[in-house]
Design a protein around this ligand. Structure first.
Ligand code: ZN
Length: 214
């Protein structure tokens, strides 16, 4: 997602001056830092953490995760059929998918048209709310820096991904955007869910590219 330039003195600019330190967060840890919420004096932390834990519980049932990841894999396959790298993403609530998208970078000639960004945009349009608390994001491939940032901006409650991306992954492989406590929102991450199926699509796609048929 294109990042608007920050006005002088904005919180993001101030955060950039904080010396870096390696994030050390366990998977599926609830959000500890959300200044936007903390500034609201109507909230106390206990109900917030309880609500975050409940969201995660509602969103992480194995049968729900299978359903949403299968939908993401279908979307990835479609993307591969039209010539994009086969990656699919689904935004879901406890009842199932509410937005499904495949990678459309080539199709739209748009460097930001990753599956996650398209699914988050669809979900915000569907719910009428750019904040997606209580929703999960399932992706076949570990999100890049842009998409992990978009998930954070959308305030999703859970991120699930299939195959790791050792070259560009930003939720554990190269960076840990979703678990970086310097950022305003942390997201619990469940990694490696249906990883083999997700990776197989990519392997087949790139193998066919290297060895096109007659
Ligand atoms: Zn991405």
């Amino acid at each position: 997602m294109p990042s608007p330039s920050s006005p002088a003195g904005s919180p993001s600019e101030k955060r950039a001056t904080v010396p870096p330190h390696p994030p050390q967060k366990d998977l599926l840890q609830t959000s500890q830092h959300d200044p936007e919420r903390q500034q609201n004096t109507h909230f106390s932390r206990e109900p917030l953490l309880a609500s975050a834990a409940e969201n995660i519980q509602n969103l992480s049932g194995p049968s729900l995760l299978h359903t949403v990841m299968e939908a993401a894999i279908d979307a990835a396959e479609k993307a591969g059929n039209w010539g994009d790298v086969p990656v699919g993403a689904v935004v879901f609530n406890e009842d199932g998918p509410i937005a499904i998208a495949g990678n459309e970078r080539e199709k739209r000639n748009d460097p930001t048209a990753h599956a996650e960004v398209l699914a988050l945009r669809q979900a915000a349009a569907t719910t009428g709310n750019r904040r997606l608390h209580g929703h999960g994001l399932a992706v076949t491939l570990e999100p890049c820096v842009m998409c992990a940032g978009a998930a954070s901006l959308a305030r999703v409650s859970l991120l699930v991904f299939g195959a790791p991306d050792l070259k560009a992954g930003a939720t554990g492989s190269l960076y840990n955007i979703c678990g970086d406590e310097r950022l305003p929102h942390e997201i619990p991450v469940l990694s490696g869910f249906m990883a083999e199926e997700s990776a197989r699509l990519l392997e087949t796609f790139f193998s066919l590219r290297r060895h096109p048929g007659p």
